[in-house]
Design a protein around this ligand. Structure first.
Ligand code: SF4
Length: 222
């Protein structure tokens, strides 16, 4: 955990790459699955779903449908029971079958490897596209979800309202080698320390470099 590895005295708060590297090293996230189609579909399933529920839904789905070709021939309702654990199952089932059909008919069964092409697919936004580009194609792609957006703003690295703005701003701040891994690591950091409600600032090694913590500390002193 981040607070067990570093002491605040060895942190340079002006070096965003070093701070991001610290988060990446302290909250590593491994990707066992890298197949582009599976990563794409699993990321669609993960929308508004807990990791553990996404995993169950993904396992169920791919135990029955092994490829874009097989899924393109399914009916959305065939997927309902399989993906129910991930929630919003009827909407997700419809999108998943549409995605499989488009990949089969327009991309010869291969997941495209550009943001522009990926975001043409139904239910695929920049976050999902960037996850696929990094995890499956090893490209420098920065996926911004609610954790990345919230934490970057709390730390004062960016001042943005929308995730797309956060992506742009972070890309200017961080070395491209950090764009991919920062997503998964900030997700872990956000789930364990910098939680949406009641962040554990007292246990956070980045608190000496955090605008949010500085603000709430001042308020407590007033
Ligand atoms: Fe998040 Fe608090 Fe750490 Fe700032 S000090 S990064 S708000 S947990």
């Amino acid at each position: 955990m981040i607070d067990e590895v570093y002491t605040s005295s060895n942190i340079d708060c002006t070096n965003y790459n070093e701070l991001a590297q610290l988060i990446v090293e302290s909250f590593p996230r491994h990707h066992d699955e890298t197949d582009p189609f599976r990563v794409l579909i699993t990321t669609v399933l993960s929308q508004r779903s807990r990791d553990e529920n996404t995993e169950i839904a993904s396992r169920n789905l791919f135990s029955k449908y092994n490829s874009a070709d097989e899924l393109s021939r399914a009916k959305p309702q065939d997927l309902y029971e399989l993906i129910k654990p991930a929630g919003l199952y009827n909407r997700k089932a419809e999108k998943i079958v549409q995605i499989a059909q488009i990949i089969q008919t327009q991309y010869d069964g291969m997941v495209p490897n550009s943001v522009d092409e990926l975001t043409k697919l139904p239910g695929v936004g920049r976050k999902t596209a960037n996850i696929v580009l990094y995890v499956s194609f090893g490209m420098p792609a920065l996926a911004v979800d609610t954790h990345v957006h919230r934490i970057s703003n709390r730390l004062g690295w960016v001042r943005t309202k929308m995730p797309e703005q956060t992506e742009e701003a972070l890309k200017k701040l961080l070395d491209p080698r950090l764009w991919g891994p920062i997503n998964g690591s900030m997700v872990e950091f956000g789930k364990n320390i910098c939680k949406p409600i009641a962040p554990k600032c007292d246990r956070c090694i980045l608190n000496s470099c955090c605008e949010y913590y500085s603000r709430i500390s001042k308020k407590k002193d007033e």
